[in-house]
Design a protein around this ligand. Structure first.
Ligand code: FUB
Length: 304
């Protein structure tokens, strides 16, 4: 993957490409998808892996793409870098999610290991700026004394009553309310009570027919599983595995969204990395369907 493609020639250049199946992006490595649907456009926010041969994750910025048909894509100039968070400069641009609210766009990011930050922009493609100048959630809020990467993988969900919630974590899934400003935590940090299932990381919340669906990565190498509840705070009932280990990627990270009347499962695999290292991943999209009882059908991972 030539790095030159990662930077547009001029600051405001956009890069247009067509996906030819999965992975949908092949000119660079992308991971940890988060999708936001606004009108007829799906915005895809992604982590950015470096090329093969890495011994660990090397992720210095996040990327943004848009599409109206899941085939023709626009990539925008790099909208946000780990270096934009002065308090987290030496960290890594781990998983993140963007939410539209108050006429603005809020990007909740893992900075690995300095806590969870939030950046804000006037447009979905950015540019984004650190909204607080400090973490929204510190390692202490994540009880990170257990291990240093407990404070990762934020997922934000705005419920039908307007209440915004943030979920995150590694090994334990934490959650809290967000104030209407979207940049302040409201009340205590709580923990999802996972009784009979094994949460690794990557929570994602969505709602379908009044039920709450909490999907997440389980075990390691990771598969994606999900649990359902009648209330957002649970109790959650384990519902099973959604997809298998994704190619030669130890991690698996999903976004689940409805777009133009269909549901999609967006995730990453290691399909085009050459070194077998698991640190150069690629985003894929497959269909997600429900059984009549609301359970989700097993995802069929395709190259189409
Ligand atoms: O991309 C770095 C980390 O790997 C993410 O934060 C996790 O969810 C896993 O995908």
């Amino acid at each position: 993957v030539p790095e030159v493609l990662l930077q547009p020639a001029a600051p405001n250049d956009r890069y247009h490409f067509q996906s030819k199946g999965n992975p949908i992006i092949t000119h660079e490595y992308t991971a940890d998808p988060a999708a936001m649907v606004k009108g007829d456009t799906l915005w895809l926010y992604a982590g950015h892996d470096f090329a093969g041969g890495q011994k660990n994750y090397k992720m210095k910025d996040w990327l943004v793409y848009s599409t109206t048909d899941l085939k023709n894509w626009t990539e925008y100039p790099v909208p946000l870098k780990i270096g934009d968070f002065a308090w987290a400069k030496s960290g890594d641009a781990f998983a993140a999610q963007v939410i539209a609210r108050n006429g603005k766009y809020y990007w909740y990011v893992s900075t690995n290991w300095s806590g969870i930050g939030v950046a804000v922009a006037d447009r979905p493609e950015g540019p984004f700026k650190d909204a607080l100048g400090k973490p929204l959630l510190t390692n202490k809020d994540c009880f990170a004394s257990t291990h240093s990467w407990a404070c990762i993988d934020p997922a934000v969900f705005v419920d039908d009553d307007g209440q915004a919630w943030i979920f995150w974590g590694n090994r334990e899934c934490y959650y809290a309310k967000l104030k209407p400003s979207m940049i302040e935590i409201d009340g205590p940090v709580k923990k999802i009570d996972f009784k009979d299932f094994n949460f690794t990381e990557a929570p994602w919340m969505h709602k379908y027919k009044n039920k709450y669906y909490l999907s997440y990565a389980t075990a390691f190498p990771e598969k994606i599983a999900y649990a359902m509840a009648d209330q957002i705070e649970g109790p959650y009932e384990y519902k099973g595995i959604l997809n298998e280990i994704a190619g030669n990627s130890n991690t698996n990270h999903q976004a689940i969204v409805e777009f133009k009347g269909k549901w999609y499962f967006i995730y990453h695999n290691g399909a085009i990395e050459t070194e077998g290292s698991s640190f150069s991943r690629s985003i894929c999209i497959d269909d997600l369907e429900y059984h009549p009882d609301g359970n989700i059908k097993r995802i069929v991972m395709t190259t189409e």
